[in-house]
Design a binder for this molecule. Structure first.
Ligand code: GSH
Length: 304
């Protein structure tokens, strides 16, 4: 069954998944989603989850790049991105990249390129986090501070690579590399006005070139309507066996909610819960029954 990535080209988290398609040399279908709400042709699949990207395989919907990565490694184990032998450090680095390095990269790249973004971008992202939208003057005033913090962290990455290693953790790119990479790749995206921040970092630039060499696999565009039709005419696939988390009852009605922001809950009945993943069943007139899969890390499961 085809893999359908709901994404947009400028999305750094999506770039991580596009690179995993490249590393695994896979063919995939691309559906472009809007950068800001509303996303009426995505919601029937996810039930309210608005973040980017989302992977759809038939009537199975994978939310969050952690879950997408785990699923791609399960289906196509060679080469593994969540390599067991370095999973600890790789996960620590990935979590640091996407929860700490995340902020100065996001604020600097969007601030420096504010003219290249849709007019509603800052209001949309502020609302997603429960804030009011910053003014253009506030954005400009913060740029120097964000760049300074970003450079402190770039120094650490440059230092890691200065011993001549090819990749951050092992002899090939794994999850931790891809998570750091997606943050830094974004510096060159949008209008390109943040790209020069990498100029003093030759080791980082060379490492980024080695990762980019994976490419994106074979991509074909399809419409969002076609993706909905694919879900409607498919059945969710049987779930892999694994040790279940006894604290979550199968069949229970729950809401899965992101812990950070973009917190629209996704409601459904539990079909599988392990220490690392939760899958719920829900239905929507546009797609019929779908299984929606989330990682446990970063998500709360609430009984309703
Ligand atoms: N933890 C999520 C974070 C994804 C994320 O924050 N993506 C950004 C875009 S790169 C986003 O969702 N922005 C809001 C949107 O696209 O609606 C993941 O790993 O997939």
């Amino acid at each position: 069954m085809d893999m359908i990535l709901h994404h947009y080209d400028q999305s750094p988290y999506s770039e991580k998944i596009r690179l995993i398609f490249g590393l695994k040399n896979r063919s995939w279908k691309s559906v472009i989603v809007p950068m800001v709400l509303p996303k009426p042709l995505l919601m029937p699949l996810t039930g309210g989850y608005r973040r980017t990207p989302v992977l759809q395989i038939g009537a199975d919907v994978y939310c969050d790049t952690l879950q997408i990565t785990a699923e791609l490694d399960r289906r196509f184990p060679e080469p593994r991105v969540t390599e067991a032998s370095c999973h600890g450090f790789s996960s620590i680095l990935s979590t640091w990249a996407e929860r700490v390095l995340m902020w100065p990269t996001a604020r600097y790249v969007t601030g420096a390129n504010r003219d290249a973004l849709p007019a509603s971008f800052f209001a949309d992202r502020a609302a997603m986090r429960g804030h009011s939208a910053p003014t253009a003057d506030e954005i400009d005033a913060g740029l120097c501070h964000q760049r300074h913090h970003l450079c402190l962290m770039l120094d650490w990455i440059e230092n890691l690579l200065a011993d001549g290693r090819g990749f951050l953790i092992t002899d090939r790119p794994v999850l931790g590399d891809l998570a750091v990479y997606q943050r830094l790749w974004w510096l060159g995206a949008l209008g390109g006005k943040a790209a020069d921040v990498l100029d003093p970092y030759p080791h980082i630039k060379a490492w980024m070139g080695r990762i980019a060499a994976a490419g994106h696999g074979q991509r074909t565009e399809i419409t969002p309507e076609t993706a909905l039709e694919v879900a409607r005419s498919a059945e969710p696939q049987p779930l892999p066996s694994g040790e279940c988390d006894p604290s979550i009852e199968i069949g229970a009605e729950v809401e899965v909610v992101t812990e950070d922001f973009g917190t629209d809950p996704v409601r459904g009945s539990v079909i599988r819960a392990t220490a690392e993943q939760i899958s719920i069943r829900r239905s929507d007139p546009a797609v019929g029954a779908v299984h929606v899969h989330f990682p446990r890390l970063g998500y709360e499961v609430k009984s309703v």
